[in-house]
Write a protein that binds this ligand. Structure first.
Ligand code: NAI
Length: 510
């Protein structure tokens, strides 16, 4: 086996096994990169029809100006169907993308091992099965590595390069370098349940499902806040509808089981109900939302217009106070006051008595009690307070409607659409981001991957606007830790326990 971390030369033949959605995408990537590609599938004719589909995709790349006609012709000519495994014997890298079943994958690699040259690399695109377990039956498990692409493979930049217990470092290095040469962004991970992305992303779904289960907001409002305040491309509900609830629930279950029932990964009854009802999402016409012809589109709940309050005193020392000041400046018909002598971290005082705070993982009612106030409104985390279009607020138990409306009026005058949640700790964006970061820190603590790899993976694999580690650093690790401690205190559940890595990092900073 070569010790070099150079990519496989483009003369090396790549074999892809499994001509489904993923296999076809991977074959397209390798052919466009310049390799001869053999595509094999158990179903007769599947490889031939997949290649026809890939060639049509390649032609679209020419129409979009992304490939020259010559490059496209070469890539199309480089793709050949292989009706038998035997035809793959000269391949230098075999990427398996067959059914997600351990026995099927083991049996296939057993056959391949007997067929291929000694220096050929075996790669699996499994999304959830242990690379160590797939390799366990092989005579030489050191040449098996995970090469986990994301759907749609030609578009998503990330490849998780996953080392099982036996994987040779040189093999992982070659696959890493080859992925880079193919224009992908690889990250290294150790074979552990969910690898990086499917583990760290769990809270994105889980916290949303939790809010729905508690009736804090409805699905359309949750999605709007996560998109328009958190800057995520999709909300959790529309994303689960797209993935399919059967698939998403099965992944959650498998990660939950693999972590021996850790409550952090507990599946949700809300999603189970959808699966049991057959409301699997877009593919079945209904999920959280109704996709049938003529169905009305669910709209986010947005507070109606309120007058801008007269007396707004902003804490310009608070980043959100300063952003609000800038946003309101243009529309201000009367001057804003500056809040001076502030002894807590409030953002603003409105009409002398209503205090606005950023959520710190406590409910508005808990914050009111802690500060000895009655009228408290908390506002959710925003990706960028200078530009986001929407925010969510929650209101303390005894706060009168007029006080709530004054805050709504103020936020509207700064250009925000406002969604009012029932009083729940951490609202939507903060608790989601805090839990994503917590999972990221735990994965790093458990040696799954590096800190940098998490952020690259979550941006490149699931399009997060910024990585959870960078986001936590922007918020302040101490604030994220405090937020998690508050959530845990509120619920009394180990689900919200902070990662020991985070607690240690905060102590080390102080
Ligand atoms: P798919 O169901 O679209 O395609 C699988 C293909 O493999 C089918 O054409 C089937 O005929 C063929 N096949 C099954 N057993 C075979 C065997 N023993 N030998 C040769 N061909 C065989 O599945 P999809 O979605 O393409 O997934 C394939 C693999 O990629 C799975 O391991 C999956 O977990 C993984 N994956 C899937 C992603 C997704 O979003 N669909 C994302 C990343 C990984």
């Amino acid at each position: 086996m070569s010790e070099s971390s150079a990519p496989l030369p483009i003369t090396a033949t790549i074999a892809v096994i499994g001509a489904g959605a993923m296999g076809a995408g991977i074959a397209q990537i390798a052919a466009v990169a310049g390799h001869p590609v053999l595509l094999h599938d158990l179903r007769p004719g599947a490889a031939v029809s997949a290649i026809a589909g890939i060639r049509a995709q390649i032609d679209k790349l020419v129409a979009k100006g992304k490939l020259s006609a010559e490059q496209a012709a070469a890539a199309s000519a480089a793709l050949l169907p292989a009706e038998s495994l035997d035809a793959l014997r000269d391949a230098k890298l075999v990427i398996e993308a067959i059914v997600e079943n351990l026995d099927a994958k083991r049996a296939l690699f057993g056959q391949l091992e007997a067929l291929l040259a000694d220096d050929a690399i075996l790669a699996t695109n499994t999304s959830s099965i242990s690379v160590t377990a797939i390799g366990a039956g092989l005579k030489r498990p050191e040449r098996l590595v995970g090469m986990h692409f994301f759907n749609p493979a030609p578009l998503m930049p990330l490849v998780e390069v996953i080392s099982g217990a036996a994987t040779d470092k040189a093999v992982a290095d070659t696959v890493f370098a080859t992925s880079q040469a193919w224009g992908k962004t690889p990250v290294r991970a150790r074979s552990t349940p969910g690898f990086i992305v499917n583990r760290v992303a769990r809270p994105f779904y889980a916290e949303g499902l939790r809010l729905l289960q508690e009736g804090v907001c409805d699905a359309a409002t949750l999605d709007a806040v996560i998109r328009e305040s958190g800057g995520f491309r999709m909300g959790p509900c529309e994303l689960m509808d797209l993935i399919g609830h059967d698939v998403n629930y099965a992944v959650t279950r498998s990660v939950f089981d693999a972590f021996y029932g850790d409550p952090r990964f507990q599946p949700s009854f809300v999603q189970l109900e959808l699966v049991q009802a057959g409301h699997l999402g877009r593919k079945s016409g209904r999920g959280f939302f109704d996709y049938r012809d003529g169905a009305a589109k669910a709209e986010a709940a947005t507070a109606g217009p309120q007058p801008r309050p007269w007396r707004i005193a902003l804490n310009l020392g608070h980043p959100l106070g300063s952003a609000l000041s800038k946003r309101m400046y243009a529309s201000a018909a009367h001057p804003l006051q500056t809040l001076s002598g502030v002894t807590d971290d409030r953002i603003a005082t409105i009409d002398g008595s209503t205090a606005l705070f950023a959520t710190d993982g406590r409910s508005a009612t808990a914050m009111a009690l802690a500060h000895g106030l009655r009228d408290v409104v908390v506002v959710d985390l925003m990706l960028d307070a200078a530009t986001v279009r929407r925010t969510a607020i929650a209101v303390s138990a005894h706060c009168p409607d007029a006080a709530r409306d004054s805050v709504i009026g103020m936020l509207q005058s700064a250009g925000f659409a406002v969604s009012v949640f029932s009083d729940s700790p951490g609202l939507a964006v903060f608790r989601t981001v805090a839990m994503l970061a917590n999972e990221a820190f735990d994965a790093v603590h458990q040696q799954v991957c590096s800190l940098d790899a998490v952020d690259i993976a979550m941006r490149g694999g699931v399009n997060y606007p910024i990585g959870p580690v960078e986001w936590a650093q922007r918020i302040g690790l101490d604030r994220v830790l405090a937020g998690l401690d508050h959530l845990q205190a509120h619920y009394g559940e180990p689900r919200y326990r902070a990662s020991a890595w985070l607690r240690h990092a905060v102590r080390a900073q102080s």
